[in-house]
Design a protein around this ligand. Structure first.
Ligand SMILES: [Zn+2]
Length: 387
């Protein structure tokens, strides 16, 4: 059976804020806080005596360092993709404390955050991620579903699962230190990221949860860009994110293509705000394409019995195992150690993959034995239902 080329006459679901016709205020000053120091290959910012943010000068991911009485907890301790740079990070941490690294937390599974997990596990650290990380290539040894709390001395560190940028996003809150680590749901040097996990709605939920946990003194740690920033800066970013989503929706409804949208004055002004200046028209177009591939959804809604008939485990002849799941009204297509996608129905048996439109498709056969055919954009794989 062949996949037909699919035209999407899709609805565009996005967060609309009715009254936010704001003129774009200049970005708040995100300049370094006074307690910042440069050493070796790193910039370091102190939040408190026991909480720091480190960033390697040649790598753009913020790393959190919490120093307990008995051990050290790291957040997203990945910089560089080789053990040499991991060792440099260990050395940098040693300038703060000689205690062992006992815990590693990931804000999400992308390699620039979690790529050093196995390295730190070997040093004896427990790696904690959200459960959906098992459907990625990341190494993890302890997972949780909704929330997870760690008590270290008099600090309570709470992890909240809120899908936005990925399916395994985690917001990390330090109660006593009054600090929040947001991962890639907040970057001070880039567009609102491509939110295939929760769409723009998930992005908004994540920001709102962070704002709820924060006050004027809270230290907000974005994943990329400045080491730390403030609640006010996040509020500003949130307002611009809402405008960004709304404008894309407006232009999409007028029938504009991403290329055409890339010339829109409002989107260009927002792009300057997010990126601290101009980016190439190609990069803007690509971001708009990706955003549309997440926000644009099929107009078809399937009844629950039809969906439940498709859920289960499928096995391909090469041994690959796929899971089709129905959770909170969403259909997921998963493969352990590999991927997790959300399926969007175009008919009772044809599905596209949110954020991967139109290359990747899944087709279910109607005859017995039940099978699925997965087209990953390069090849097609058949898998038979085994459970
Ligand atoms: Zn990421």
């Amino acid at each position: 059976m062949n996949f037909i080329k699919l035209t999407l006459k899709a609805a565009f679901v996005i967060i609309i804020s009715a009254c936010n016709q704001n003129k774009y205020t200049p970005k708040l000053d995100l300049a370094a806080a006074p307690e910042q120091r440069e050493f070796a290959n790193f910039t370091q910012q102190k939040i408190n005596d026991n909480l720091y943010v480190l960033k390697a000068n040649n790598y753009n991911t913020n790393v959190g360092v919490f120093i307990g009485n008995k051990g050290i907890l790291l957040i997203d301790p990945m910089f560089g993709f080789n053990t040499e740079s991991h060792k440099q990070l260990v050395e940098a941490v040693k300038t703060l404390s000689n205690l062992p690294i006992t815990h590693v937390l990931n804000t999400h599974s992308h390699a620039d955050h979690s790529g050093a997990n196995a390295f730190f596990a070997e040093l004896g650290a427990t790696i904690i991620s959200q459960n959906n990380a098992i459907y990625t290539k990341t190494f993890t040894d302890q997972t949780f579903k909704d929330t997870y709390s760690i008590s270290m001395d008099d600090e309570t560190i709470t992890l909240y699962h809120l899908p936005a940028h990925t399916f395994d996003d985690v917001l990390i809150h330090f109660a006593k230190n009054n600090a929040v680590f947001m991962g890639d749901t907040f970057m001070t040097n880039s567009f609102p990221h491509f939110y295939y996990g929760g769409g723009s709605k998930g992005h908004l939920n994540f920001m709102e949860k962070t704002l709820k946990l924060s006050n004027a003194q809270t230290t907000i740690v974005p994943a990329h860009g400045s080491l730390t920033t403030t609640k006010a800066a996040l509020q500003d970013y949130k307002a611009h994110s809402i405008d960004w989503s709304r404008r894309i929706l407006e232009l999409h409804q007028k029938g504009q293509t991403p290329k055409e949208m890339a010339n829109d004055t409002q989107l260009l002004t927002l792009s300057d705000y997010f990126n601290n200046g101009k980016v190439s028209s190609d990069r803007l177009t690509q971001t708009l394409e990706k955003t549309l591939s997440v926000e644009r959804i099929s107009s078809i809604t399937l009844s629950e019995p039809i969906i439940l008939n498709l859920t289960g485990i499928y096995k391909a002849s090469n041994g690959n195992v796929f899971e089709v799941d129905f959770i909170e009204n969403n259909i997921y297509f998963k493969s352990k150690g590999n991927f997790m996608y959300q399926l969007l129905p175009l008919s009772e048996n044809e599905f596209i993959i949110k954020g991967q439109v139109p290359e990747k498709q899944v087709l279910f056969t109607t005859d017995m034995p039940k099978q699925l055919i997965y087209n990953d954009g390069k090849s097609r794989m058949e898998a038979r239902k085994i459970n």
